[in-house]
Write a protein that binds this ligand. Sequence first.
Ligand SMILES: *[C@@H]1O[C@H](CO)[C@@H](O)[C@H](O)[C@H]1NC(C)=O
Ligand SMILES: *[C@@H]1O[C@H](CO)[C@@H](O)[C@H](O)[C@H]1NC(C)=O
Ligand SMILES: *[C@@H]1O[C@H](CO)[C@@H](O)[C@H](O)[C@H]1NC(C)=O
Ligand SMILES: *[C@@H]1O[C@H](CO)[C@@H](O)[C@H](O)[C@H]1NC(C)=O
Ligand SMILES: *[C@@H]1O[C@H](CO)[C@@H](O)[C@H](O)[C@H]1NC(C)=O
Length: 346
Amino acid sequence: MASTKTKLLNSCVLIIAILLILQFNMSRAQKVPAMYVFGDSLVDVGNNNYLETFFRANFRFNGIDFPGGKPTGRFNNGKNAADFIAENVGLPTPPPYLSDSNKNNVFLQGNGTIYLSKQVGYFYEVQQRLIKKMGESAAKEHLTNSLFAIVIGSNDLFNYFSSKSKIHLTKSPQEYIDLMISTLSNQLMQIQGLGGCKYLIVGIGPLGCTPSQRLRNSSENCYDEANNLATIYNKALQSMLLKLKSNLKEHFNYSYFNIYDFLIDLIQNPTAYGFLEVKSACCGIGRLYAEGPCIPISTYCPNRSDHIFWDEVHPTEATTKILVNTLFNNTKQYVTSMNLVNLLAL
Ligand SMILES: *[C@@H]1O[C@H](CO)[C@@H](O)[C@H](O)[C@H]1NC(C)=O
Ligand SMILES: *[C@@H]1O[C@H](CO)[C@@H](O)[C@H](O)[C@H]1NC(C)=O
Ligand SMILES: *[C@@H]1O[C@H](CO)[C@@H](O)[C@H](O)[C@H]1NC(C)=O
Ligand SMILES: *[C@@H]1O[C@H](CO)[C@@H](O)[C@H](O)[C@H]1NC(C)=O
Ligand SMILES: *[C@@H]1O[C@H](CO)[C@@H](O)[C@H](O)[C@H]1NC(C)=O
């Protein structure tokens, strides 16, 4: 079984791997001056190239459909969610945060395992730098109007199932999820304490339907346990958010993206969205192209636009584009509490 290969990063429990900052074009994004992304490899634009991690994407066939056709560190055949979000608000693609071209902004350094508490510390440094640069009241206004996007959690759930990890021996799924949620809740409160008011929170997708987890189901259907865990997590996440909202009132506004239900719909009705292949990865090795990662000796599918998954765990550019469009188009069914356009306009 290929289960041990599913880790998205060289991750530890409850890490936030990537902190990414997009400066918005004020006129296009109205009041929102910047977006701070706390995320994992789904939104990484190449930071992993600069981290000491074994899990990288700076080689073929990643990036095969990216402008220039070169690998960039994105775990994808083309653009990823950060690129499409930037596009939707009228921005150029952000450079990888840890690259030389962005050295003035570098604050996330060291190895691939960046613990949650440390990450909040990095954000504190950013906040201090903003105060120094803009003055206290302008920095406060900047952060009040900025969007904080949180795209995390999948690594932690994959880790729970990883055969290398022993965590499932000591913690029940519910205990593990409770720990994830309380850690995230603390983290959100700390970011809020540093001035963040607007949040885009993305739930966890149906991990059991990724090619790597399908290998755990003898009929190559979705692996129930992983999907159940994601469902329990999303439920706990939503009630935690309601609690935060009722505690923090007008100082905390959010859009929650129910990515789980949306991807299930996509997987069950692929042709409605222009997809033909829902099970198999496009690029990889072995059964469902998911027994090994997408590396230069792997095989890849001729048409990346008709596959939902690019590799053993990551969606294709085509899927990602539809996900981000759904988020911005405010499909009520999938975006709750408040739609993203209203959130941005607050
Ligand atoms: C990663 O960096 C942190 C902090 O700099 C350090 O405490 C930890 O030991 C490092 N881990 C490895 C595997 O190098
Ligand atoms: C495999 O998929 C079938 C059909 O969805 C489901 O009934 C079954 O429980 C799954 N098995 C596992 C191990 O998840
Ligand atoms: C949050 O939303 C409420 C309305 O629901 C609004 O009154 C408040 O000003 C908002 N807070 C921020 C910081 O945008
Ligand atoms: C690739 O797939 C997309 C989506 O299904 C389809 O629209 C397109 O025509 C396909 N391209 C080729 C060359 O088959
Ligand atoms: C969704 O939004 C994108 C851009 O934000 C747009 O190009 C697309 O046509 C919209 N789709 C629908 C169905 O409204």
